[in-house]
Design a binder for this molecule. Structure first.
Ligand code: NAP
Length: 260
């Protein structure tokens, strides 16, 4: 299936590494003019070196005012990918208000903020548009082996629980639906992709232990983790006109994990 974004302007958050970086590069290859947003300048430097047409924006999305300032002159956007997220590995009983706020600030509040800025412009121009939020399979299923990780440390093995990152993705799925409901009449479609494990920097944090990885893979009917390309292809489809009647869905990219 050929997808062209020629003449379209795209913004991708968390474009320095992993799925976001691959998405930014794929969008540029498909002809979009891409603005890449992330917080590490070195990642933006190497991204622009790889694809000089990409416009870099360096900002910490946890900072509402800094985000506003950094993106105010970004211009009209047709395609938005809210991909940036962070995670903290902590036992449930030790989660602090600061850590809770940080995760919700980046994984949910920044999505609200950037989407308001971008969709506000789409509505004002009457141009329509497409937004994809990068969620997770963890938003929809609280499986013990998915929410509790055994992470080998230098001293011992400790039980690690990621209650907040799962909760942020649950919130993101509902945010996606409400956005789809309210923005649909303006021909702005909003969907999410919900991947299983991808061995990016974030994926390696929780799944580098072969035993733990194998347990998770055994719960995936296709028997493997997702590749970045698996997720990127779904993002491109949902951004494109090929999915013009799809609005408000959470698309699992999980090899069938959520079906079981
Ligand atoms: P990654 O490799 O850790 O990349 C995340 C990117 O987001 C990095 O460039 C990071 O920049 C950026 N970012 C994080 N916090 C930011 C902030 N406050 N401001 C600006 N940029 C920020 O992660 P990934 O695995 O590609 O994850 C991408 C998305 O997929 C996330 O929404 C994640 O929740 C979701 N997902 C991942 C998996 C998985 O197994 N990997 C599974 C399901 C869903 P720095 O490196 O500079 O912090």
């Amino acid at each position: 299936m050929e997808i062209s974004f020629a003449g379209k302007r795209a913004l991708v958050t968390g474009a320095g590494k992993g799925i976001g970086r691959s998405t930014a590069l794929a969008l540029a290859r498909c002809g979009a003019r891409v603005t890449a947003v992330t917080r590490t300048q070195a990642d933006l430097n190497s991204l622009v070196q790889e694809c000089p047409a990409i416009v870099p924006v360096c900002v910490d999305l946890a900072d509402w005012a800094a985000t506003e300032a950094a993106l105010k002159d970004v211009g009209p956007i047709d395609l938005l990918v809210n991909n940036a997220a962070c995670t903290k590995l902590q036992p449930f009983l030790e989660v602090t208000p600061d850590q809770f706020d940080l995760l919700f600030n980046v994984n949910v509040k920044a999505v609200l903020h950037i989407s308001q800025m971008v969709a506000g412009g789409m509505k004002a121009r009457g141009s329509g548009g497409s937004i994809v939020n990068v969620s997770s399979q963890a938003s929809q299923r609280a499986l013990r082996d998915h929410t509790v990780y055994l992470i080998p440390s230098s001293e011992s093995c400790c039980v690690i629980i990621r209650p907040c990152s799962g909760a942020t993705k649950g919130a993101l799925d509902m945010l996606t639906k409400v956005m789809a409901l309210e923005l649909g009449p303006h021909q702005i479609r909003v969907n999410s992709v919900n991947p299983t494990v991808v061995m990016t920097k974030m994926g390696r944090l929780g799944w580098s232990d072969p035993e733990k990885a194998q347990t998770m893979k055994s719960r995936i009917p296709l028997g493997r983790f997702a590749e970045e390309e698996d997720v990127v292809n779904c993002i491109l489809f949902l951004l494109s006109e090929k999915s013009s009647m799809i609005n408000g869905v959470a698309l699992p990219v999980d090899g069938g994990h959520l079906a079981c």
